[in-house]
Design a binder for this molecule. Structure first.
Ligand code: AHR
Length: 515
């Protein structure tokens, strides 16, 4: 067979493939709202783990660093993500961390053996450095106190250091370090994953609840205005799932403003369709936890309920290196992300928007090097595939989430039930509508229509699509732009409706003007 003939057959096959389509229609009504989207669902997580802080955001030796040691190149990329609440300093790290080690003159700070990850912690980056970084990037500070090896009083003293006007022991320490004005840290987490046996100071729910209540009282006495996140279940697979949450919320009562959820998902089975359907299970996790919060509210006969703080979430399974081997800034869990991972990240965010009435805070874990959208290598840095869905949605987060009524073709997945090929969410912002849609189909184009009931779509203001050459495609220093978002020109408006044709395995974010 001649080369020309082979090429003709292949072209014919690909045309045929392009013509095969799946379809979905999204029905919307401007009054069928869920709730205002809390901007804090676009939060991040910066842990003293691996190279997240050192060689990540902070590296005084780098040619990119500013006078405070912050990597300006990394900061510029993080700035594109417009992150909100930034959880710090852990994670597992928090359960062995003594915040006093990280304040005061840098040359007098102690280098210590880090207990959760067996690393060396130099304490060159601490509370003041973190707050300065939050200010540079417009992040809302969110601190996790040590309820593992620490005491409720130590937690309370940190609140004084951060939030009280100078004039007393700990607030004077802050002021003495050149920071006279209080930091006004509103969000505080009462420990981390205290239900997990790996956690430093792990205890049963009853004991954690007592410890957390004592800390909450002392902390709120130092600053009444703070909001507290109680430790919820660290995974859906743990034997105390939901039972822990119920007991903790019931005991803490009004002291708990939020309960935490954590979730790391994987494609160990190498089944892309099933993996992309994990969004069903994320929806379910949120709805289960919401039910517990409502149950406790009803049982206590209170107006106040706890809301959901999804303060660790991401894809994580390819790199499980957690042993710091007695080194400072070791390479730990530096996961490389591909296209299918990016679509799952979009799925998490879609789910948070669809549950805007219960999920008020969420933090992608993490932000640099450690299971992160950004990797560094010397003075270089790389944007991973998962950077893009976060950026595409974060910049379109203003407004009220709309109920999504979706008519879509679907498939039966191995462990995530019945899954629609389209995964969607929508945010209404005055005379603008933001729509997000993933095409989960492995090889068919998605013909996608937005059909509003009581308004009409006038024009497309902006649209970007994320896709790549295949589910396992990823970016590397050699080929940094294999999976990235690009402007999308395939969206058209006709008769007040939006029509798009999305390539297989892609994610679209579109903003339209409405009337
Ligand atoms: O994000 C990495 C680790 O995962 C965190 O330290 C811990 O809280 C979780 O188990």
């Amino acid at each position: 067979m001649s080369c020309i003939l082979v090429r003709q057959i292949l072209t014919g096959l690909s045309l045929l493939r392009d013509r095969v389509m799946t379809s979905a229609t999204l029905l919307l009504h401007s009054r069928f709202t869920i709730d205002k989207v809390d901007p804090r669902i676009f939060g991040g997580f910066l842990e003293h783990m691996g190279r997240a802080v050192y060689e990540g955001v902070y590296e005084p030796e780098s040619k990119h660093s500013d006078n405070e040691g912050i990597r300006t190149d990394v900061a510029a990329s993080l700035d594109r993500l417009k992150m909100t609440a930034m959880r710090y300093p852990g994670g597992n790290f928090a359960s062995g961390y003594h915040w006093l080690d990280g304040v005061g003159p840098k040359d007098q700070r102690r280098t210590v053996r880090e207990l959760a990850l067996q690393s060396i912690e130099t304490n060159q980056f601490g509370t003041d450095d973190y707050i300065h970084l939050c200010r540079k990037l417009g992040w809302t500070p969110m601190l996790t106190v040590n309820l593992g090896t620490g005491t409720p009083e130590e937690a309370r003293n940190w609140v004084e250091y951060c939030n009280c006007p100078s004039g007393t022991l700990y607030s004077n320490m802050r002021a003495g370090g050149g920071n006279p004005e209080p930091y006004d840290v509103k969000l505080w987490c009462l420990g981390n994953e205290m239900d997990g046996p790996w956690q430093l100071g792990h205890v049963p729910a009853k004991d954690y609840a007592i410890r957390a209540q004592q800390a909450a009282k002392l902390m709120k006495d130092a600053d009444k205005s703070i909001e507290l996140v109680a430790c919820g279940s660290c995974s859906i697979g743990i034997s105390t799932y939901m039972v822990w949450d119920l007991e903790v919320l019931d005991y803490l009562g009004d002291a708990a403003d939020y309960i935490s959820l954590h979730r790391y998902v994987d494609n160990r089975a190498d089944d892309t369709l099933n993996y992309l359907g994990v969004t069903n299970s994320i929806d379910r996790q949120i709805e289960d936890m919401d039910a517990v919060c409502r149950f406790v509210q009803a049982k206590r006969k209170k107006d106040k309920r706890a809301y959901l703080c999804f303060d660790e979430w991401n894809v994580w399974y390819k790199n499980m290196e957690m042993d710091g081997a007695g080194k400072p800034a070791p390479h730990l869990i530096e996961e490389v992300y591909n296209l299918e991972d990016a679509l799952v990240v979009a799925g998490f965010l879609n789910s948070f928007v669809r549950h805007a009435d219960s999920v008020k805070i969420a933090n992608i874990a993490q932000i640099v090097n450690v299971i992160a959208p950004i990797l560094t290598r010397g003075d270089e840095h790389l944007l991973q595939s998962i950077f893009y869905p976060f950026e595409m949605m974060s910049k379109r987060r203003e407004g009220v989430a709309l109920q999504v009524s979706l008519e879509s073709e679907s498939y039966e997945s191995k462990s995530n039930g019945h899954v629609t090929y389209a995964d969607t969410s929508a945010i209404l912002d005055g005379k603008r509508l933001h729509v997000f849609v993933t095409n989960r189909h492995l090889d068919e184009t998605l013909r996608f229509t937005v059909n509003p009931a009581d308004f009409s779509i006038q024009s497309v203001e902006s649209a970007e699509v994320l896709t790549g050459p295949g589910p396992k495609a990823s970016n590397s220093y050699e080929e940094p732009e294999v999976v990235k978002s690009i402007p999308f020109t395939g969206a058209t408006v006709k008769g007040g409706m939006l029509n798009c044709e999305l390539p297989p395995l892609s994610f679209l974010a579109v903003t339209v003007a409405i009337a």
